[in-house]
Write a protein that binds this ligand. Structure first.
Ligand code: SF4
Length: 336
């Protein structure tokens, strides 16, 4: 499969009054053409900062990429100037956010907003842009696009506004669509419709999607592959089947135990404790303080990536044969 994007050892920091926040700490992943990769994790785990880095949207001067590469189309996006990023943003890589109202200008008609990018980037005439705009409104399920084209955002429901934002993001036919919590602000029925729309659109256009979410229910419906993030790092990656049925990392298992599943009975078990302070991240595994299986080595050394099988990778000492399980003669957990 063709790789459309490759993120390698990405580090992002923010300078604040309290010190430096190490928000993303060595994230690496690839995105393949036509797939949906879900990046999941709790709030503050670095998933949104990762997607903002790809789009060149890290707020400066406080935030900056301190290390790593973001390879797209033979270029390193981490090194591009704002003017060059602007040519890629919305054209080759588009992004949609949780609240569609933040992406829509309430004082401008939907028609003008949806055709703006086409006229600016693809230099289409007003009439050609309108034709394509109507086509995309219809594609995302907006009935009577001719009438709707002249209306303002407040004349649409939340679900319809998100459909319009999706049409706007796709109209320049990008290679990559980044969707950051795209259904969080919507009720469950509309959420299911929007997820269904993602699947249809991907089939029609072949766009690669990065879905950023904390919702494993959403992930189960649309993701081909899943990257689980914790405290600024990817701790487990695998296919949907790998993650939902053969999860290896205790954090991934904890996430799965804390959501309701139709195929499993029993109580929901929340993950006790809270993520580590990213002002001073731990040198070992950041999940140590919350992990029932933590060993001494976990505190001191961050685990390397272990290849389970195919695309299934995990960073956990439990999967590394150099870390022995059980207790040694001194009554302590053994380690390499
Ligand atoms: Fe738990 Fe250690 Fe694995 Fe981290 S490396 S998840 S602390 S067992």
């Amino acid at each position: 499969m063709e790789k459309v994007l490759q993120v390698h050892d990405l580090h992002v920091q923010f300078s604040t009054f309290g010190g430096i926040v190490h928000a993303v700490r060595g994230v690496s992943f690839s995105l393949y053409r036509g797939e949906t990769l879900a990046i999941v994790g709790e709030s503050g785990c670095g998933k949104s900062v990762t997607s903002q880095s790809i789009m060149g949207l890290i707020p400066t001067p406080h935030g900056r990429i301190t290390k790593g590469k973001i390879q797209y189309g033979g270029r390193d996006l981490a090194k591009l100037k704002e003017a060059d990023l602007r040519k890629i943003r919305g054209v080759d890589i588009s992004m949609i956010f949780q609240d569609p109202m933040t992406a829509l200008n309430p004082t401008i008609t939907i028609g003008e907003q949806i055709t703006e990018g086409l006229m600016e980037h693809q230099k289409l005439s007003k009439s050609s842009a309108k034709r394509k705009g109507l086509e995309y409104l219809e594609m995302v399920g907006i009935a009577n696009p001719d009438i709707r084209f002249k209306q303002y955002p407040h004349q649409f429901s939340g679900g319809m506004r998100q459909r319009i934002v999706i049409a706007m993001a796709l109209i320049c036919e990008p290679d990559i669509l980044i969707a950051d919590e795209p259904t969080t602000a919507l009720d469950v029925t509309i959420q299911a419709q929007i997820l269904d729309l993602f699947r249809q659109i991907q089939k029609q256009t072949g766009v690669s999607i990065i879905l950023i979410t904390h919702d494993m229910g959403v992930v189960a419906q649309v993701a081909d592959r899943i990257a689980v993030m914790y405290a600024g790092k990817i701790v487990e990656t695998g296919s949907r089947r790998d993650i939902f049925y053969h999860a290896r990392h205790p954090y991934t298992k904890g996430l799965l135990q804390s959501i309701p599943r139709l195929d499993q009975e029993g109580e929901l078990i929340p993950i006790a404790g809270s993520p580590p302070d990213l002002f001073a991240p731990p040198q070992g595994c950041p999940f140590t303080a919350r992990c029932d299986y933590a060993m001494e080595v976990c505190v001191r050394v961050y685990p390397e990536r272990t290849h389970i099988q195919d695309a299934h990778l995990v960073n956990c000492w439990l999967e590394d044969e150099r870390a022995g399980l059980g207790r040694n003669a001194a009554g302590k957990n053994s380690y390499y």
